[in-house]
Write a protein that binds this ligand. Structure first.
Ligand SMILES: Cc1cc2nc3c(=O)[nH]c(=O)nc-3n(C[C@H](O)[C@H](O)[C@H](O)COP(=O)(O)OP(=O)(O)OC[C@H]3O[C@@H](n4cnc5c(N)ncnc54)[C@H](O)[C@@H]3O)c2cc1C
Length: 366
């Protein structure tokens, strides 16, 4: 196979790059190691009803203009709604003492997408040629040769294949790419150290979504927001779908990844006990529970013990991003968005990185 631009990673960043290259008429192939597009965007339903809940990102924020513009462009603006935030929030200390009306933790004002962010991925996917997208295709090695620009070795459904290309866009977490892809000639040792030192945003986190028949907490005057020092959930929010009447609470698990290993069922039952302490007995009867531990996902996290960090990268990456095989390789996941605009790690950062990459490609190909 041959292409001008090989995009590696079908998360929001890579998929958005494909969308823009398609519009510009620049030749590309996108490969994605998973059997689905979206990457850290993962919206799931449960067989009890058709409602969809986000196990990855759930929000974007006013002022994130790239997200706003894209949703508008894809006719999804009418699907945006505000995070539910009416009523009291709850604070629980490590002795299970509750303080109601604790202020300052609500995600009030943050914005969600009806049907989850998968809808954004599906909409972009519908605008690009399916023959340019290869799922179950894992990039293993990149070789720079004098006669061909770059030769990529990929494994498609366990069969090795090669793709010749002029540029490779690595639209994935730099730490993951630098530790899982073989570069020949190898990147400079200090460059590899810098790349593996960039934390992958939210890679160490796990999310639990608990579905209920009715939003009983709202009826009782609670917003669904809670902070707990007892756990297992550290931060809890209302996750209800807005239109179709499917109700849920979700939370981020507060324990480090190595404490979560093989404890899914235990964590689910501890979660129900916690929601009962916080919001009352009606929490005891969920209709379903969804769980996703991103630290155990080798296409996001480099190891199962990836620590949970809540810090966005706060230093300049420009030296790391420059001069990778004379710009034959371009790093382009959300982690590479500028720290100065505070977008790195976010969906908005995935779009910022993609737009930076596309403007480089435009200079070279148009
Ligand atoms: C639990 C959680 C909650 C979050 N909450 C929010 C939020 O509320 N708001 C917000 O703005 N952001 C949030 N984020 C962050 C947001 O999800 C990311 O910013 C965004 O999805 C990153 O997109 P990306 O395309 O840069 O990377 P990714 O989505 O990680 O995509 C990279 C893709 O590369 C693929 N890949 C990896 N290695 C290879 C390989 N060798 N070959 C081929 N393919 C490969 C992966 O399978 C993946 O599909 C959250 C993330 C998580 C995990």
């Amino acid at each position: 196979m041959q292409t001008k631009v090989l995009i590696v990673g079908g998360g929001l960043s890579g998929l958005h790059t494909a969308y823009e290259l398609q519009q510009l008429g620049i030749d590309y192939i996108l490969i994605e190691a998973r059997d689905r597009l979206g990457g850290r965007i993962l919206s799931q339903s449960h067989h009890v009803n058709s409602a969809v809940f986000d196990l990855g990102p759930a929000w974007f924020w006013p002022g994130q203009f790239r997200m706003e513009q894209l949703l508008d462009q894809l006719s999804l603006k009418t699907e945006i709604f505000q995070q539910y935030s009416q009523g009291e929030s709850v604070f629980e200390d490590n002795q299970a003492n509750l303080q109601k009306g604790f202020i300052g933790i609500s995600m009030a004002g943050s914005l969600r997408l009806q049907g989850g962010f998968k809808k954004l991925i599906d909409q972009i996917k519908s605008k690009i040629s399916s023959e340019n997208v290869l799922l179950n295709s894992n990039l293993e090695a990149l070789n720079k040769t004098p006669d061909i620009n770059v030769l990529a070795t990929i494994r498609i459904k366990d069969k090795p294949q090669q793709i010749e290309c002029q540029h490779v866009i690595l639209a994935l977490p730099p730490r993951l790419g630098a530790s899982s892809i073989t570069f020949n000639p190898s990147l400079k040792p200090d460059r590899l150290t810098e790349l593996t030192g960039i934390p992958t945003w939210m890679a160490g986190h796990a999310k639990i979504v608990v579905l209920y028949e009715k939003p009983f907490w709202r009826t009782l005057g609670f917003s669904g927001d809670a902070i707990s020092h007892l756990g297992p959930l550290r931060e809890i929010h209302d996750a209800s779908a807005e239109v179709d009447g499917s109700y849920a609470l979700f939370g981020f698990v507060g324990t480090q990844p190595y404490h979560r290993l093989n404890r899914e069922e235990e964590l689910k039952s501890l979660t129900i006990a916690q929601l009962t302490r916080l919001f009352g007995n009606q929490a005891q009867k969920p209709i379903a529970i969804l769980f996703k531990d991103w630290a155990n996902d080798p296409l996001t996290s480099v190891n199962e013990a990836e620590p949970m960090t809540n810090e966005h990268l706060s230093h300049d990456l420009s030296s790391v991003l420059e001069d990778n095989w004379d710009n034959k390789i371009i790093w382009s996941g959300t982690e590479t968005a500028s720290y100065a605009q505070r977008n790195n790690g976010y969906l908005e950062g995935a779009l910022e990185a993609s737009k930076r990459t596309v403007s480089l490609l435009k200079k070279w190909y148009l």
